[in-house]
Design a protein around this ligand. Structure first.
Ligand code: SAH
Length: 421
């Protein structure tokens, strides 16, 4: 469960049912106290409605023959999107525009997203007429029509059709139809028959797509190649590990190395989410990677590099860091923050000025030669250096991985070096 997830502690089911009486008949007593019957579709629907009302002031209709979204899991995905958009929790809230592909009858992601992030706006697509109608009612009854625009998707359109227009977006999100056929659903239901997991109330139209979720998301990857600059981050949830492998392979085949993976865990259920970008924003490993050994081969390259400081004195290390930064020409410190146990410095560089080759070239250049440059060169690297018991570099922006790694090596060597006598 995401650390900011409200449901890290299970709810008080009895208090919840008292505040939403339709849930009361589904309360069951166990040795661990009151809970609800997770095998009952009605109980799950009332639980979702009760949580949305109590914790998010949302009034939501959920038709009996459409998917009932489990809130903790949906919240996990939204929280990860928040992390992707502002990985260092530093930016002031500016307008953020998202697209939810296949919003469902509940319209769950846009509703939750708008309640959690006051600056978010959505275009939500839906192909199933019944779900589309119900989603419209849910948007209207929560007075969110100025922030959530519903788009009726058509089979012959691209999945990412809202990107056909001139608008640009910050993210796309999607909980794709999961299965490839009715037979696959039946096989999976049979396998789960004796497991304690919750029942699934989805209709065939929302659960089945040709080739299953893997094909759906790979289609999104292919489409995103056309809309590269129209959206900062493309993302999707995935329910099967094999789909995650397929999508990572598809990204790698298309030379997309700027991607991120997270695990969404709720009780017994494990899902994954994947995001990819054609921009130069880089995410820290804490957002882009999970430390699950069995998934190691699927992870994106590291954007966080750590250098232990051993027994080095913190104050001396900080002094050396400052010296190294001020002695490296072309590095600009953009901001600094001091916390009780760490100092974080934001840095920008226009290129490699620290390598031996760069310094030699500079020495050879006639003094005062600015090569007729009238404007300063663009920033090629932005990173954050944090000094605590270790030195941590987080890549923030840039396209040149070798430049980032070379910078980390240069500063690490300077900070770890013994003082010259
Ligand atoms: N987002 C909701 C519903 C997910 S189920 C939730 O998380 O609970 C997947 C949804 O995608 C279904 O509602 C289905 O009707 C819709 N869908 C399937 N293909 C689509 C397409 N090409 N464009 C838009 N929606 C689609």
């Amino acid at each position: 469960m995401h650390p900011r997830n409200l449901y890290n502690q299970p709810p008080d089911f009895l208090a919840l049912a008292n505040s939403h009486p339709p849930l009361l008949p589904y309360i069951v007593q166990t040795a661990n106290g009151p809970t609800i019957d997770f095998k009952s579709q009605d109980a799950l629907r009332h639980l979702t409605q009760a949580l949305l009302y109590k914790d998010f002031s949302l009034n939501v209709q959920l038709p009996v023959d459409r998917l009932c979204p489990p809130i903790p899991n949906r919240l996990n995905y939204i929280l990860w999107i928040q992390d992707i958009l502002d990985p260092f929790h530093s930016a002031p809230a500016i307008a953020v525009r998202g697209i939810d592909i296949g919003t469902g009858a509940s319209c769950i992601y846009p509703l939750l997203g708008c309640r959690m992030s006051p600056s978010w706006k959505f275009i939500a697509t839906e192909i199933d007429p019944l779900s589309f109608e119900c989603a419209s009612v849910n948007v209207a009854s929560n007075e969110l029509h100025s922030r959530i625009h519903l788009h009726k998707a058509l089979h012959h359109e691209p999945i990412l059709s809202p990107l056909l227009g001139s608008d640009t977006f910050d993210f796309t999100m999607c909980n794709p139809p999961f299965y490839s056929s009715r037979e696959e659903i039946e096989k999976s239901t049979l396998e789960k028959e004796f497991s304690p997991s919750a029942v699934c109330t989805g209709a065939d139209t929302e659960m089945i797509t040709p080739g299953g979720e893997s094909a759906f998301v790979r289609r999104m990857v292919t489409e995103s190649l056309t809309y590269r600059t129209k959206c900062r981050w493309f993302t999707s949830m995935l329910g099967k590990l094999s789909s995650l492998t397929d999508v990572v392979n598809s990204l790698r085949e298309n030379n997309v190395e700027n991607y991120a993976i997270t695990e969404l865990v709720q009780g017994q259920t494990r899902r994954w989410a994947i995001g990819w970008s054609f921009g130069d924003e880089r995410l820290p490993d804490s957002v882009s990677r999970i430390s699950n050994q069995s998934l190691h081969g699927l992870m994106p390259p590291h954007n966080t590099i750590r250098q232990p400081l051993g027994s080095a004195d913190g104050a001396v290390a900080l002094q050396k860091l400052r010296q190294a930064l001020s002695a490296t020409e072309g590095i600009i410190a953009t901001q600094e923050r001091t916390d009780p146990d760490r100092v974080t410095i934001g840095l920008a560089a226009t290129g490699n000025t620290w390598s031996r080759a760069a310094r030699r070239k500079k020495l050879k250049a006639p003094s005062g030669d600015t090569s007729q440059r009238t404007t300063s060169p663009p920033v090629a690297l932005m990173c954050q250096v944090t000094l605590s018991h270790e030195l941590e570099f987080n890549w923030v922006r840039g396209r040149d991985r070798a430049l980032f790694e070379s910078f980390c090596n240069h500063i690490s060597r300077k900070v770890a070096s013994k003082p010259s006598s």
